[in-house]
Design a protein around this ligand. Structure first.
Ligand code: RIB
Ligand code: CA
Length: 312
């Protein structure tokens, strides 16, 4: 099992990613850190606690992180995920609560205790990771690997014409990570992957619902408002699962069937805020990221269905 730390802004797709991390049998979740993004920080924390409880892992420590982006006001995605980020189902309060230690302190201390052993998976804006990097420029190499659900390598955006939400919310934080990243240490799985290889069609949604276990029912129901947004805004054939497909790649890297190494920066200006600037010229600086471009959709969805069926 892969020792993991998960950084999340716990919306409905993050919740499904946490099920994969905690209940697939592939991940050993050592801690979850929360960040403001889809929903305000306190809501992200509540949702993380609920998701871990649903996965049968209420023991996993949850640590609260940054409550706003580095320099900008927080823009949430509650219009996508619901006011509570989880489909507005009036889910009961979680049994547990967050720990006292701050998320950024955990992101800094954990890999010093276990150098090279921990995999970090970020599922929200990169504010926590950037804050940690400003205190330890060598942080990324202390992890075994860092996977980020971030960006849109094909410039087909979801929050704007060309930007993906996590990078758009806090583009300054994304730049801090990009300036410290190397392609051997950091892999980004962008919204282009989710849009093409992780869309839950009506048939997939019915299959998930019919599994009927508590995790399957939870995964299906919390995504109900995203399904409406997909129908009305993105025009996809169902809701997509950006965070779960990123988590699946972290747990099973062989699911990534197409990758590229490139030099990536991010636009900060208003019109192109959060857009990736990918320099593929021969004269480009040395690559700083590995970008996953395609994932084995069938294998990803099978992992999701198997996980939601629960222990055999
Ligand atoms: O653009 C998709 C990303 O933004 C996902 O992480 C989703 O949860 C939202 O945070
Ligand atoms: Ca997220």
């Amino acid at each position: 099992m892969l020792p993991l730390i998960v950084d999340t802004d716990t919306g409905s797709d993050d919740a499904v990613a946490l099920l994969l991390a905690a209940a697939s049998g592939l991940g050993d979740v050592r801690a979850v850190t929360t960040v403001a993004g889809n929903v305000p920080l306190a809501t992200a924390t509540r949702n993380a606690l609920i998701s871990l409880q649903t996965a049968g892992r209420p023991d996993v420590p949850v640590h609260e992180g940054c409550e706003s982006p580095m320099t900008r006001a927080l823009s949430t995605a509650q219009h996508v995920h619901g006011q509570d980020g989880m489909g507005d189902l009036d889910l009961p309060d979680p049994l547990g609560a967050a720990e006292r230690e701050h998320a950024v302190d955990v992101l800094l201390a954990a890999p010093r205790r276990l150098p090279g052993e921990l995999t970090l998976v970020t599922l929200g804006p990169l504010t926590n990771l950037a804050a940690a990097l400003l205190r330890d420029r060598d942080l990324l190499r202390r992890y075994r690997h860092v996977y980020c659900m971030a960006g849109a390598a094909d410039l087909w955006g979801n929050v704007s014409a060309t930007a993906e939400f996590n990078v758009w919310v806090d583009p300054e934080a994304a730049r801090v990570v990009l300036q410290a990243a190397t392609p051997d240490q950091v892999t980004w799985i962008g919204w282009d992957v989710s849009r093409r290889d992780a869309v839950m069609t009506p048939a997939d949604q019915l299959r998930l619902e019919r599994i009927g276990t508590p995790m399957a029912t939870f995964a299906h129901r919390v995504n109900r408002t995203v399904a409406e947004w997909a129908r009305d805004v993105t025009g996809l054939s169902g809701y997509d699962l950006p965070d779960p497909v990123a988590m699946a790649v972290a747990l099973r890297p062989e699911l990534a069937v197409e990758r590229e190494r490139a030099y990536v920066d991010v636009a900060l200006g208003d019109e192109a805020r959060g857009q990736l600037i990918i320099d593929r010229r021969r004269s480009a600086p040395a690559p700083n990221l590995t970008l996953v471009r395609r994932v084995d959709e069938t294998a990803f969805k099978q992992l999701l269905f198997d996980t939601c069926e629960g222990p055999r």
